[in-house]
Write a protein that binds this ligand. Structure first.
Ligand SMILES: [Zn+2]
Length: 151
């Protein structure tokens, strides 16, 4: 499950639009189980169909994250003209099974954001929930528990 703040979803959709028709890309970082910040990175491929992160920017973003007490949770990129699903190249290049791959599709004017786990070329869509914050002192699991008790 990927928990993400509404501001972050809005920000990565805006980033995707600002780079279109090229693919936009960047990092997503979490704090206490919720993705609360995005780090836009340069797509050095400058392509509408694929992306590569700029290594220097990657290091700088991770350093900044750590200094802010955040943790790398996902890589996001956009598909300006195709579905929110990993391409063959995305699957081939996915190197970390411990993070998520978030794709923002702008296909035909519909903004769609989906999250995936990619492990040994196997793709699994991951549930995503947009949350502002968890009640203080409660973990994502306890929070979910409470929500399901209420229904
Ligand atoms: Zn892609």
């Amino acid at each position: 499950m990927l928990y993400i703040s509404p501001e972050t979803i809005d920000a990565i959709i805006a980033h995707a639009h600002s780079e279109a028709p090229l693919e936009a890309c960047g990092y997503l970082a979490e704090k206490e189980g919720i993705v609360v910040r995005h780090y836009p990175l340069t797509n050095v491929d400058a392509s509408p169909e694929h992306f590569s992160l700029a290594p220097k920017e990657q290091f700088a973003a991770v350093r900044k994250m750590r200094s802010q007490g955040l943790r790398l949770r996902a890589i996001y990129h956009s598909h300006p003209a195709s579905e929110a699903r990993p391409s063959e190249e995305d699957i081939r290049l996915a190197y970390d099974p411990d993070i998520s791959y978030v794709i923002v599709s702008l296909k035909e004017g519909n903004d769609v954001v989906r999250s995936f786990r990619i492990r040994a070329a196997q793709v699994e869509q991951e549930d995503m929930e947009i949350v502002a914050q968890f009640p203080v002192g409660r973990t994502p699991q306890e929070n979910k528990q409470q929500r399901s008790n209420r229904t």
